[in-house]
Design a protein around this ligand. Structure first.
Ligand SMILES: [Zn+2]
Ligand SMILES: [Zn+2]
Length: 156
């Protein structure tokens, strides 16, 4: 369950195991082509200061094009999460704290899953370290060998 009643948390820590469908509206606009459900494990607990501490792991795979040659690369995402959720308006200024509505009756972790997953997406995906990329002139995949542009530029 990723939606946890605050009432249950007042009794003790609650396991937060579940899956979020890639078509869940929470991922709208994320521009992350997920290959399947996002798996979530962890535990949510109330702190002494009426905040909530969530420790967990988020796992997903996504297909992201190589930045150089545009071939699809399957990327495994694995995010260790250790975050505080708080309805305290002062804590809301801390970028590492997730704001909660005041007097929330339920905590929905799917928004946290979205944000934490977004942080884990590599900015620069390569199909391999030494990907040769595409020729800027003819667009040929240079991993398959030199293109005609290189040959014509060589002295005869
Ligand atoms: Zn590549
Ligand atoms: Zn070329």
């Amino acid at each position: 369950m990723l939606k946890i009643a605050v009432r249950d948390l007042q009794r003790g820590p609650v396991d937060t195991d579940g899956e979020v469908s890639p078509s869940d509206p929470v991922f709208a606009g994320l521009d992350l082509p997920l290959d399947g459900p996002v798996s979530v494990e962890g535990q949510l607990q109330a702190t002494e200061g009426d905040d909530f501490l969530w420790r967990g792991v988020i796992r997903a795979t996504a297909t992201i094009p190589c930045r150089r040659c545009l071939v699809d690369v399957q990327v495994r995402l694995h995010r260790e999460v250790h975050v505080l959720l708080s309805s305290d308006s002062e804590a809301a200024d801390d970028p590492s704290v997730y704001p909660l509505p005041e007097a929330a009756l339920q905590i929905d972790l799917t928004g946290v899953v979205r944000e934490e997953l977004a942080l884990e997406v590599p900015a620069f995906v390569l199909c391999r370290e030494d990907c040769a990329g595409l020729c800027p002139t003819c667009g040929a995949d240079l991993n398959a060998g030199p293109c005609a542009c290189v040959r014509s530029a060589e002295p005869a």
